[in-house]
Design a protein around this ligand. Structure first.
Ligand code: COA
Length: 200
């Protein structure tokens, strides 16, 4: 899969391969997710002891659901090991929003800031663009500077601040809403062929 890198791909990123996920990747993805969620980052940010922590089966179900709708679900591999993953889901389920996606991205804790997000995010942008989507959104914790920087490096703008929208580790948290257009964005009508996601 090629990249839409802003600038050159650094040497350290050369050995990273980004590819569609398979069911065999689920345990590695779950381990990455569980670590970050336990520290309060990511879209759920639940304490590890919170009810209904994410299970292997949840990731498998989510993955299959995304694939059925042909939404991209990617992993990054380094030396044959899954070191990160990223996927898109519908921004909202109602059909009017079928050209908009929101996404999540996670990199393994021992590989942070080593160029993986810089490979995964543009690959996800490219896959979503190719699937006919026109807008891409991320909710980013207001304190998550690495994620804000990564998204800004790939053309996402801060379009909103959601105040006190999360509650984790005993306090309210704010989220930034970040957005970028895909392809012609809103400058042209959608492709006649539509997106793979037809709304629910
Ligand atoms: C956010 C995240 C995906 C970034 O991925 P990464 O592989 O660590 O990022 P990269 O090494 O590719 O860095 C790309 C850019 O991101 C930014 N960045 C990454 N780590 C950073 C850090 N510790 N501090 C500041 N900026 C950082 C920089 O702009 C960096 O560019 P640079 O290499 O020129 O400095 C990763 O930190 C992560 O998985 N965090 C935990 C989960 C999470 O927060 N997910 C996002 C939820 S919205």
């Amino acid at each position: 899969m090629s990249t839409l890198a802003s600038g050159q791909v650094p040497d350290r990123a050369r050995e990273i391969v980004v590819r569609p996920s398979t069911e065999n990747d689920v345990p590695a993805m779950l381990a990455i997710y569980t670590h970050h969620v336990g520290r309060g980052v990511g879209d759920l940010g639940l304490e590890p002891t919170a009810p209904e922590p994410l299970q292997d089966d949840d990731i498998k179900r989510r993955r299959k659901n995304m694939l059925r709708r042909r939404l991209p679900h990617l992993v990054a591999e380094r030396s044959g090991e899954v070191v990160g993953y990223a996927y898109a889901v519908p921004f909202r389920k109602r059909p009017a929003y079928r050209y908009a996606v929101k996404h999540s991205i996670y990199v393994r804790q021992d590989q942070l800031h080593s160029g993986i997000g810089r490979m995964l995010l543009p690959a996800l942008i490219e896959a979503c663009t190719g699937a006919g989507f026109r807008q891409m959104f991320a909710y980013v914790d207001a304190e998550n500077v690495p994620s804000q920087n990564l998204h800004e490096a790939f053309g996402f703008r801060r379009v909103g601040l959601l105040e006190g929208v999360g509650y984790k580790f005993g306090r309210w948290t704010d989220s930034l809403l970040m957005q970028r257009a895909l392809g012609p964005g809103a400058a042209e009508p959608p492709d006649a062929r539509g997106t793979s996601h037809t709304g629910v």
